[in-house]
Design a protein around this ligand. Structure first.
Ligand code: SF4
Length: 439
């Protein structure tokens, strides 16, 4: 049986985290458990005795990347534990395909990671995952900077027809307010200035434990933490962006005026086939802009959903042209066999999906450039990301880490990552900005 020590040395565990920020938080929680259980954590997987690969299985490309990463490690003789969405989706099948893996652990069983390392078990994947938030071990940060992600809930109760998440992550499960606040306080002590709230859908936060969506109540508590400067909320669900939430966002000074709201499409027929809320998304965008001054809105759309005709696509194109989103992502529809939409008739060819995506991206390039150029001369609160002798790089409140742009600041002031400063914008491109700190 494998034990915690190897020839009297403590086993070194490496980890590769694939996929989204939610997976990254899981990865850091996994490392927290292992660290608490006495293993040595290494960020250099070549130097590790065992490597945990926390996988993504959202679409085919993500699965391929997960499998490639695993095989690259097993081919050089590494012991690999496959964690997260890939074993959750494929279960025993994956064990047959990659028998050389040292162990498998699903999304609802991450707390059993030490049992797998000890050799007490090699396969911990429940058929229907029930997520447990890991509260008893301190998260081991591999990504800490001026901003840090905080996962407030896991799972999803919706059933968008293109999405595998509910089957991979289980029912929506919130963390209690006290638990989120405690983590935010700990992050603040470690020097984090911005906390970024994530979940599959942040706007449903608390419904399962408090009987109603309670994100506003959570924001009130987080806003009271002195050392935190910014609170950013990602992943809104359109029908839950209600007046109470928008008014709370507008009122609380630390909540950045940025809304990330995946709309997926504009045409009611396509939204219906996607099993998304049949609400007037255009009116919603207007309401957000009326209620929150200078708000920046990010959204994503899918091109080539089954049944999408030229007319549907034109509707989407016109919608984007009319509502001029500050930030926009476009994905080509990915047919996943296990989803409802994967079985729909009217699948759109790869060529058309790509062409439509490119059309939207081209449209957005012009919109983004114009919006960014309209910022020239304005002074925008920004967080300092990195400081080097050559340059200071920040990010305005209008930009989320990793997905949006940066602001390159020309200054001689002595600044530290995490500082919030007012930057006067002097130059703008489609993505990034340049600016100075006005005296
Ligand atoms: S709300 Fe998001 S996570 Fe939930 S089913 Fe829809 S796309 Fe998937």
């Amino acid at each position: 049986m494998e034990t915690k020590t190897k020839q009297n040395n403590i086993l070194k565990i490496g980890l590769i985290s694939l996929g989204c920020p939610k997976n990254l938080v899981d990865s850091e929680n996994l490392l927290g458990i292992l660290h608490q259980d006495g293993y040595e954590i290494t960020l250099d997987e070549q130097n590790a005795d065992i490597v945990v690969v926390n996988t993504c299985s959202f679409i085919k490309e993500a699965e391929q990347e997960s499998v490639r990463t695993i095989l690259n490690l097993t081919e050089v003789g590494k012991k690999v534990i496959i964690a997260g969405c890939l074993p959750q989706k494929h279960g025993e099948e994956l064990r047959k395909v990659i028998p050389e893996a040292y162990g498998f652990v699903g999304t609802g069983d991450l707390h059993k990671i030490s049992d797998i390392i000890k050799g007490n078990s090699s396969f911990e994947v429940q058929k229907t995952p029930h997520h447990r938030h890991i509260e008893d071990a301190k998260r081991f940060h591999i990504s800490i900077g001026p901003g840090a992600y905080v996962k407030i809930a896991e799972g999803c109760d919706y059933s968008c027809s293109f999405c595998v998440i509910p089957s991979l992550r289980g029912k929506y499960t919130s963390r209690p307010i006290e638990s989120v606040v405690k983590e935010a306080q700990e992050l603040a002590k470690e020097g984090v200035s911005e906390i970024i709230l994530i979940a599959q859908d942040t706007t449903n936060y608390g419904k399962d434990i408090y009987g109603k969506p309670s994100l506003p109540a959570l924001l009130e508590k987080l806003n009271d933490i002195d050392e935190i400067s910014w609170i950013r909320i990602m992943y809104f669900y359109p029908s839950l962006a209600n007046d109470e939430l928008l008014d709370t966002m507008a009122r609380l000074e630390k909540v950045v005026k940025y809304i990330d709201i995946p709309l997926q499409h504009s045409h009611p027929d396509i939204l219906k086939m996607m099993n998304r809320p049949a609400i007037d998304n255009g009116r919603l965008i207007e309401k957000i802009r009326e209620k929150i001054n200078d708000v920046a809105i990010r959204t994503v759309f899918i091109t080539g959903f089954p049944g999408e005709t030229e007319q549907h696509f034109e509707h989407l194109y016109n919608f984007i042209e009319k509502y001029r989103f500050d930030k926009l992502g476009v994905f080509e529809y990915s047919k996943e066999a296990s989803t409802v939409s994967g079985k729909l008739k009217g699948q759109v060819s790869a060529k058309v999906k790509k062409y439509r995506k490119n059309q939207l991206m081209k449209l957005q390039q012009g919109i983004s450039t114009e919006i960014n150029q309209s910022l020239i001369g304005k002074t925008i609160p920004s967080i300092i990301e990195t400081v080097s002798p050559k340059q200071v790089i920040g990010r305005t409140y209008r930009d989320a880490p990793e997905i949006d742009g940066l602001v390159y600041i020309n200054t001689t002031e002595s600044l530290t990552p995490g500082d919030i400063v007012n930057v006067k914008i002097t130059h703008a491109t489609e993505y990034d900005l340049k600016g100075i700190i006005p005296s």
